[in-house]
Design a protein around this ligand. Structure first.
Ligand SMILES: *[C@@H]1O[C@H](CO)[C@@H](O)[C@H](O)[C@H]1NC(C)=O
Ligand SMILES: *[C@@H]1O[C@H](CO)[C@@H](O)[C@H](O)[C@H]1NC(C)=O
Ligand SMILES: *[C@@H]1O[C@H](CO)[C@@H](O)[C@H](O)[C@H]1NC(C)=O
Ligand SMILES: *[C@@H]1O[C@H](CO)[C@@H](O)[C@H](O)[C@H]1NC(C)=O
Length: 362
């Protein structure tokens, strides 16, 4: 994606930001009771949506399961949401990676190379502490891979490619291929891993996009992970993704793409020096299930920050129960130079449903 000043996007956009700020410092007063009432209404409204979603999807699940398990005894409850995933998780393989040669593999790439094409087993790579200077692509045909680090001493996977770095074919890599780690396969999991791109963003220059992680596979989950970068740190490209307890740092558009993602208890830190936008969500039309939701999170950092700027014609980003430091601009979001984008108002309830579906599928 381009810098703040470049290519105008012609289509209209929508972006919804719901910000519920921390109430802890308020004293008993009329404003407090107002806020409490609003909070109550919000809670009611959320649980209404949750109930609605359950009703709708319970019928769908039964139908789907009925087809999948036809002829078998039907399992009760929600245990079989994804039978492929369940089968893979029942047949787990472990391998370990350590740079000192004391393990199965000395690099993450070698470990991935050893995994068979069309892999059907959950394959856990125990990655020992260390700085791994590797460019990694997890191929489409290798699903069910887990990167597992040590929570006390997580491994760092680092790189310094940008969109303009010249690739092997003599052409610029583009943002897409600048990622230090790119995941194309489904069912990827990372736990206690630091993903990094060290190239800083210099205001006013072109093509400084430098991705730390690109996730393009479906049904991916990241727990206790850290993403360090500047412009375009985390490319939440496409698919259902879940981020829990993650630290994400960058300067411009540092969470972007058209993933359908839930970020829970994450810490988002801006290192921008001027005005920047934190997210750039690219939902291009109203029929697409795409959007980012941040819940119980923290936004902090330097510079002045828009929560997001709309990259697609119907971008969706939601912040709920999220603490926002004073770096966040009161306007909240930026229309990326097109006032038409403000025409679109959407129904938040639909998005909460989408997220619930995302959660139970992982
Ligand atoms: C992997 O699966 C694809 C699609 O089913 C198939 O075309 C391909 O031959 C398989 N490759 C191997 C090495 O099994
Ligand atoms: C990227 O890192 C490599 C390895 O440390 C280094 O040789 C190279 O000069 C760096 N490139 C840039 C553009 O900083
Ligand atoms: C995440 O980090 C916390 C705090 O260090 C730790 O207690 C927890 O076990 C970690 N989670 C996983 C899945 O390793
Ligand atoms: C929305 O986008 C999808 C995927 O690009 C496309 O298949 C569909 O035709 C689009 N719908 C409209 C109304 O533009």
């Amino acid at each position: 994606m381009a810098g703040f000043s470049s290519t105008p996007i012609h289509i209209s956009i929508f972006l919804l930001s719901l910000c519920i700020l921390s109430l802890s410092s308020l004293s008993w007063s009329s404003s407090r009771s107002n806020l409490e009432r609003q909070n109550d209404d919000y809670e009611k409204w959320v649980s209404w949506n949750v109930e609605n979603h359950k009703k709708k999807t319970s019928t769908t699940w039964e139908t789907k399961q009925g087809m999948v398990t036809a002829g078998h005894r039907k399992r009760s409850g929600r245990s079989v949401v994804d039978s492929k995933l369940r089968r893979a998780d029942l047949r787990t393989v472990r391998m370990c990676v350590s740079q000192d040669g004391s393990c199965d593999f000395a690099s993450i790439r070698e470990a991935i190379d050893s995994i068979p094409v069309n892999n059907t087993r959950r394959t856990i790579l125990d990655i020992k502490p260390g700085l791994y200077r590797e460019k990694i692509v997890v191929p489409l045909a290798k699903p069910f891979i887990t990167f597992m680090g040590d929570s006390q001493n997580p491994p760092t996977i680092t790189g310094n490619d940008t969109a303009s770095t010249i690739g092997d074919d003599g052409r610029p890599l583009t943002t897409f291929h600048s990622a230090t780690v790119a995941v194309n396969s489904d069912y990827f999991v990372a736990i206690n891993v630091i993903f990094e791109n060290t190239v800083p963003h210099v205001t006013g220059t072109l093509a400084e996009q430098a991705v730390a992680l690109r996730i393009s596979g479906n049904k991916a989950a990241f727990y206790n992970c850290t993403f360090y970068g500047y412009q375009d740190t985390l490319y939440d490209h496409k698919g259902l993704h879940y981020f829990k307890n993650c630290f994400i740092q960058g300067s411009v558009d540092f969470i972007f793409g058209y993933g359908r993602s839930l970020y829970e208890t994450c810490y988002l830190n801006s290192v921008a020096t001027k005005v920047a936008s934190m997210t750039a969500q690219k939902r291009t039309n109203s029929s697409l299930s795409s959007g980012f939701s941040f819940k119980d999170s923290v936004v902090t950092g330097s510079g002045l920050l828009y929560l997001g700027r709309a990259w697609g014609d119907r971008s969706r980003v939601i912040f709920s129960y999220t603490f926002m430091d004073k770096v966040v601009l009161s306007q909240g979001w930026n229309d990326w130079g097109d006032q038409n984008r403000e025409r679109y108002v959407n129904i938040l309830g639909q998005f909460i449903e989408a997220l619930l579906e995302c959660l139970v599928s992982i």
